[in-house]
Design a binder for this molecule. Sequence first.
Ligand code: NAD
Length: 245
Amino acid sequence: MASIAAEALAARIKAAHHIVVLTGAGVSAESGVPTFRDRQTGLWAKYRPEDLATPEAFRRDPETVWRWYEWRRSILEEIKPNPGHFAIAELEALPREFALITQNVDGLHAVAGSRNIIELHGNIGRTICSVERCVVSSWTLAGSAPPKCPNCGAHLRPDVVWFGESLPERPFIEAQDHADRCDLFLSVGTSTVVQPAASLPFMAKRSGAFVVEINVDLTPLSHVADLVVREKSGFFLPSVLELLK
Ligand code: NAD
């Protein structure tokens, strides 16, 4: 039987004209992708992700940072989207204005069938030159990692936004525009602490949207959201979609 929260959200979705979904690492947790709040395993247990995903770490020790991303990519090769990703892709198919904004770099929303995805933090599947920022799709590794850009010889790096770096301008402007105009905003599996993405649900709330948080834990948004659902997104979202059929 559907929960009261699922029924409440389904009713909001039916009445909404413009729905925005913001996702974070929690939406991929049920697929087996570790969040940054999860304890690191194996080789990487002695590092904090916040100490590796930075431009300073890359300058200091590019090989370790590159190897960490190789490890994260190797995890992703085995991984599939979960029912939460598929439910979000189904929301996009409803006849309403819709935007999916993600902080995730894992590409799982696209695999699940989402089409218009605003990727705020890049995509781990892409590699760029650390100087020219152009996308590089093939390289040869001569000597130690990371490989070098075939054009200019600088180190290659993953096309992700590291802590302390600015977000790509256009996607964030687009995300702000949707947050400002929507009437229903779902914040799913994000700790709502990494700025500036964390500002989006608050902006939506200020602009009059009904804000829903779906997260297994308390976040800074919990006290502000109109509906807080303490359930796993991969369990809760499909139950809402069922009510829309
Ligand atoms: P985060 O790790 O800070 O927070 C994850 C949140 O998800 C937590 O609040 C946790 O309580 C919640 N959560 C965990 N499992 C859940 C579930 N099954 N259902 C609902 N909620 C669940 O992640 P963040 O807020 O996205 O920010 C951290 C940064 O880490 C971002 O910049 C992101 O780019 C990066 N990151 C991305 C990935 C990925 O692409 N999958 C993985 C790790 C980190």
